[in-house]
Design a protein around this ligand. Structure first.
Ligand code: NAG
Ligand code: NAG
Ligand code: NAG
Length: 179
């Protein structure tokens, strides 16, 4: 008995293909978006025992400063819910800054936002980009835990700066999409 595709079978196959394609299309765009906003507390004073941003390398014979090309800093800032350093702790900001512009005007940053709060405990968001004071935007290049497959962006601006003590509070907004 010869089998042949009747127009009805062909229509059914076509419908199945359309529905499957639509499901994939929906899945591809059905990302969960999370917006976070919090504050970094930074102490950059050279020699301050409480410093959280410390230069660890630079060009021999040059001062290791933010405006000197080649200076490498390691950073570990507390991140809290509000600008008040005593407000609930949300995360740590741990990574590196490198003054990566020959004119000293920009630094390249690569860091992990390592959550310690209850909601995202032990999950991370990885950020990378160039800081451009006063308003910086960097890329979210990945994440772990609740932020697996994360992508997005983060913006920051200085909320408070005491130039004498080099204490600063930086507002950080992060928008991430996860699948
Ligand atoms: C960071 O937070 C911890 C408490 O979790 C606190 O003991 C420490 O002093 C804070 N560090 C700075 C530099 O504010
Ligand atoms: C985060 O996880 C660690 C290890 O599982 C646990 O000790 C800690 O209490 C948790 N913190 C919060 C705020 O849930
Ligand atoms: C963060 O988001 C808040 C609320 O939308 C906004 O007022 C603030 O300007 C944003 N800050 C940054 C650094 O993007």
């Amino acid at each position: 008995m010869a089998t042949s595709f009747s127009p009805k079978i062909l229509t059914n196959i076509f419908l199945v293909l359309v529905v499957t394609a639509a499901m994939y299309a929906a899945k591809a765009t059905d990302h969960k978006e999370t917006k976070l906003s919090f504050y970094l507390h930074d102490i950059a004073a050279f020699g301050d025992p409480k410093a959280t941003t410390i230069p660890v390398a630079g060009i021999a014979g040059k001062a290791w400063t933010f405006t000197q090309f080649g200076t490498v800093y390691v950073v570990d800032d507390n991140i809290t819910k509000t600008p008040d350093p005593k407000s609930p702790k949300v995360a740590q900001f741990q990574g590196l800054y490198v003054t990566a512009a020959l004119d000293g005007l920009r630094a390249f940053a690569t860091a992990s936002i390592l959550f310690t709060n209850e909601e995202y405990n032990r999950s991370t968001i990885q950020i990378q980009g160039t800081n451009q004071d006063p308003d910086t935007e960097v890329a979210v290049v990945g994440g772990t835990g609740k932020f697996r497959f994360a992508r997005g962006y983060a913006t920051s601006k200085i909320y408070f700066l005491d130039t004498a003590t080099q204490h600063s509070v930086v507002q950080l907004n992060v928008t991430v999409q996860t699948s």
